[in-house]
Design a protein around this ligand. Structure first.
Ligand SMILES: [Fe+2]
Length: 253
């Protein structure tokens, strides 16, 4: 989220590579541009300078008007396939090869509970997308962008055995419930935010308080203090597509 999140990620890239050297590196970028969406410049920075393979988004994907002009031109930027203002199924998933030529798919969906807009059913859209992914692609990762823990856990059980990893984003609060469902599918209700935690979900405290205490909602600004990096690391058996280990990452230093 915002500059604090970008700087925190950048500062920790050597540690991520040294500790984990991930074969697939996915980042949710929907709050990169001052908390509001993602610009083409910031997207390219994530891909080219940070080594991110796929950028997912969520309800803020369209906050920067330019995003609507470039998101279709790349398969590395996903928008939630079932969101009310997304019409192409293909915009919500991609298939690619890792550097060692392992095929994988990444899927981006959004929830409906406590989310603005008339989003379509994430369960139905998961099925639709999985039907389009060749059976030979065993490694499948889902970013489920939603507010409600119940909806996230329900979709995870629905997806169990059919995807390798499903994790939540959007709340900006990391949860501590990482597990492997049915011995096959890695799961974490929310990865949390990479950004400033001296804040209210990444927003400057005074501005957030104002939005609760006064009838006029101010424009939010991302906070800067106490940056944390939050992430999830999954180890996936490339032959079966099953998750064999899952680790929650929270670096506060
Ligand atoms: Fe969000």
């Amino acid at each position: 989220m915002g500059r604090a999140g970008r700087q925190c990620l950048h500062a920790n890239l050597p540690r991520i590579k040294a500790n984990y050297a991930p074969d697939i590196f996915i980042a949710n970028g929907e709050n990169l541009a001052g908390g509001y969406g993602i610009t083409e410049k910031l997207f390219k920075e994530l891909i080219s300078d940070y080594g991110v393979d796929v950028v997912t988004t969520g309800n803020h994907w369209h906050d920067q008007p330019e995003t609507k002009n470039f998101y279709r031109s790349t398969s590395q930027l996903l928008v939630p396939a079932n969101m009310y203002n997304v019409s192409e199924l293909q915009a919500g998933y991609c298939v690619a090869l890792t550097k060692t030529k392992v095929p994988y798919a990444v899927i981006n969906l959004t929830g409906r509970l406590f989310m603005k807009g008339n989003n379509r059913c994430p369960f139905e859209y998961l099925d639709k997308i999985l039907a389009n992914i060749p059976s030979g692609i065993k490694v499948r990762v889902v970013d489920f962008h939603g507010e409600a823990t119940s909806e996230k856990q329900a979709l995870a059980h629905y997806a169990a055995g059919r995807v390798s990893l499903i994790y939540g984003t959007h709340t900006h609060c990391p949860t501590a419930d990482e597990r492997i469902i049915a011995g096959k599918t890695g799961y974490l209700t929310d990865v949390g935010m990479t950004g400033a935690y001296d804040s209210v979900i990444g927003v400057e405290v005074a501005l957030s308080l104002q939005s609760f205490l006064s009838p006029v909602r101010p424009r939010f600004k991302p906070a800067e203090g106490d940056p944390w990096l939050c992430a999830v690391l999954a180890t996936i058996d490339t032959a079966t597509g099953y998750c064999t280990a899952i680790e929650r990452i929270k670096w506060t230093d």
